[in-house]
Design a protein around this ligand. Structure first.
Ligand code: ATP
Length: 449
């Protein structure tokens, strides 16, 4: 078996050709930093989200989920520090007018302007080769909109730049309604928006993307311990989905940490363009609750019955970009195999992630085969995504299902009409087994588990 590393061009073209990801508004020439997920893409993404939700909300009795509004009071973003400080350093080439993110241009993780200025001046413009840079300025990434009929300063609101703020503002609501005791967590999956200066690398840096964030509220004294537990746990979780060799930790340096972070680590994935951040794990101290308490005037403290202590909980955060994880899963699953003369492309998705779990393929379009195949489809579909396909030769249909990573193909042939059995082909081994239709549902379930 030859597990090839896919290039970015191959990946983008694969994702489009096989109905995973399309450029948003493609018929109008597209919008930079925006993508639409197609029929297989939405399935894969939903499956990834489901695994994350199970890992957070279902297996931990002290984590519950919420779904907060994308637009919150503008005060939320003042309290969080985003209005003042949620910015990236940008620099323009004076010759060709192209704009860059200074830290990305200099290929460093620093946000220190004097340091970046020195570094950027060592580089020529990657677009025109010129060497005439503007000063580095901070560019705020929050996307603005207006609420109500008047488009004035009083009506300004922001699309959320991260999902976690809706968790902090609901700290007391969740604590009261679930009667939670520290440490307890709140998880959320949802869209976030950032007016990125240079969106790019396909799904990696978009202006609209999806985050899965979990905020664990803790006693400050146990913060370090809980932080390291989650750090390890998150890595273990990624290792259940992705190749271990493509994952690594990276600790944030002093100059790079967000204003609130006491400790910050990334889990990086080896994307086709190299190791880059996929998830952030942060110890945010008491920044979030104390700031929201100050700006809202509502006390956001916790009273510990046992120790009789009253304090502002600290926050341990795990924050993963669903689109970056989606990209990693695609890159990781892409496999090319030599079968005789032919190269077989197979997406080796875990069955739980595969967009289509089973394909039902009548050997020919003869009405009696179609009829029985439809019955087989009815038997196994419903709670899993099953595809029915009777076009083209059976070989071509197998290849197509391999390319979208369908774990099982069920072929209905003329013998099926006599023996009430079908042939089930395994994506990875290509082995075929004859299974009675009456036992097919439980066979499929056990194979997929
Ligand atoms: P970067 O340094 O790459 O800009 P970040 O450190 O600003 O990322 P966080 O604010 O920690 O990112 O956001 C948490 C997660 O959200 C990231 O680990 C990433 O997976 C995802 N994410 C952030 N920005 C984007 C984006 N523009 N497009 C897609 N995913 C993103």
């Amino acid at each position: 078996m030859n597990k090839s590393k896919i290039t970015m061009e191959q990946l983008v073209s694969y994702a489009k050709r096989r109905g995973f990801v399309f450029q948003a508004s493609e018929i109008y020439g597209g919008v930079a930093g925006m993508y639409d997920f197609g029929p297989y893409g939405v399935e894969l993404k939903n499956n990834i989200k489901k695994l994350w939700w199970q890992e957070m909300v279902y297996i931990n009795d002290n984590i519950s989920g919420i779904d907060s509004a994308i637009i919150q009071s503008p005060k939320v973003w003042e309290a969080s520090g985003h209005v003042e400080r949620f910015s990236d350093p940008m620099v323009d080439c004076k010759s060709c007018k192209k704009r860059f993110r200074a830290d990305k241009l200099a290929n460093v993780d620093s946000v220190d302007i004097p340091e970046l200025t020195k570094l950027v001046n060592k580089f020529d413009c990657p677009n025109c080769g010129g060497h005439d840079w503007t000063d580095i300025r901070q560019f705020n990434l929050l996307m603005k909109t207006f609420l109500g009929p008047l488009e004035d300063d009083n009506a300004v609101a922001y699309l959320r730049g991260e999902t976690c703020q809706g968790i902090y503002t609901n700290f007391d609501n969740v604590r009261e309604t679930t009667r939670a005791k520290l440490p307890f967590g709140v998880a959320q999956i949802g869209k976030a928006f950032r007016n990125e200066i240079t969106p790019g690398d396909f799904l990696f840096r978009q202006r609209e993307f999806e985050q899965a964030e979990m905020q664990m509220f803790v006693d400050p004294e146990s913060a370090d311990k809980i932080f390291s537990q989650w750090k390890e746990r998150r890595m273990k979780w990624h290792e259940t989905i992705l190749d271990k060799g493509n994952l690594r930790f990276r600790e944030h340096g002093e100059n790079e940490r967000a204003h609130y972070a006491k400790d910050a680590w990334d889990i990086e994935y080896n994307f086709p363009f190299g190791f880059k951040e996929m998830e952030g794990i942060h110890n945010r101290g008491d920044w979030d609750l104390s700031r929201h308490s100050k700006f809202s005037g509502k006390e956001l403290e916790y009273f510990d019955e046992e120790s009789k202590k009253r304090f502002t909980p600290w926050v341990i955060e795990t924050s993963v970009g669903m689109d970056r994880l989606f990209l990693a899963v695609l890159a990781d699953s892409y496999t090319e195999e030599q079968v005789g003369e032919e190269t077989r492309v197979v997406m080796k998705f875990k069955p739980s992630l595969a967009p289509v779990k089973v394909a039902v393929l009548p050997l020919s379009k003869k009405p009696e085969l179609s009829k029985l195949s439809r019955e087989v489809f009815e038997i196994i579909s419903g709670d899993i995504n099953v595809e029915y396909d009777e076009t083209q030769s059976i070989g071509k249909r197998y290849r197509r299902q391999d390319e979208i990573g369908t774990p099982l193909c069920v072929t209905v042939d003329f013998d099926s009409l006599e023996d009430n059995a079908v042939t089930v082909r395994d994506r990875d081994t290509m082995k075929q087994e004859r299974i009675k239709i009456a036992e097919l549902k439980s066979y499929v379930q056990s194979k997929l588990n």
